[in-house]
Design a protein around this ligand. Structure first.
Ligand code: ZN
Length: 225
């Protein structure tokens, strides 16, 4: 289960030959999720990486590891970067966004909790193979205000996560500018923008729909890896 041919795919079949790059994620970017995790609002964005080997198509069945404890869904808006960005301004960030989609920041929650308690890095909990099922991207020009989109995750017919991107603590452009102070973003890199409340465990056999309303909706099933 790897990311097709490891190229970025656009909705409607338009496939640009951009190799998929790294995935840069932000933790704790919606206050209701901070509350459910019993965490504090951080003074600066909490950034972490998933390697490109974590990317798999969301449209295919989502294969979760079953030998490492619970694997949680975190439904997120994903942003595709089309230009190199290093220490960029928000205006430069805006120019560089070429696609918008949805992705799951799959998290081995039991492992992550153990690592957090011990003060160890989370990488294995969030960067394992298949940890980032991502939708095809919708061209940026087809999407309106990135900070006013409804994000929804439905599991077995029950809405588990529902929020609006207006509730992000660090909005998309500020987030990209912040990330680019530490990590140069390259064409094909993907930014995950954080998850709202309602995260929870997945099980083989689940049916999951992740959508940015009026932009992209993907229904997929969960299987054991
Ligand atoms: Zn996340």
């Amino acid at each position: 289960m790897r990311y097709f041919d490891h190229c970025i795919h656009f909705a409607g079949g338009g496939s640009q030959q951009i190799p998929a790059g790294k995935v840069v994620c932000v933790g704790l970017n919606y206050s209701d999720h901070i509350k459910e995790m019993n965490s504090q609002v951080a003074s600066e964005p909490v950034i972490f990486l998933k390697p490109s080997s974590a990317l798999v198509p969301l449209e295919a069945p989502v294969a979760i590891p079953v030998e490492f404890g619970s694997c949680h869904h975190e439904g997120e808006m994903s942003i595709l970067i089309g230009e190199q960005l290093a220490d960029c301004t928000e205006a430069e960030a805006a120019e560089a966004i070429i696609g918008v989609g949805v992705a799951l920041d799959l998290t081995l929650r039991d492992l992550q909790s153990q690592f957090k308690q011990k003060g160890l890095p989370w990488d294995k909990a969030k960067g394992f193979d298949g940890a980032c099922p991502a939708s095809a991207f919708v061209d940026r020009s087809q999407v309106g205000d990135l900070q006013n989109l409804e994000l929804r995750l439905t599991l077995n017919g029950e809405v588990k996560q529902a929020s609006n991107t207006s509730h992000m603590i660090t909005p998309v452009l500020a987030l990209i500018a912040y990330i680019s102070k530490f990590f140069t973003l390259m064409p094909g890199d993907i930014v995950l923008t954080g998850t709202p409340a309602g995260v929870g465990p997945l099980s083989p056999g689940d049916e999951l729909t992740l959508e940015l309303v009026d932009v992209v909706a993907v229904t997929t099933t969960v299987v054991a890896r």
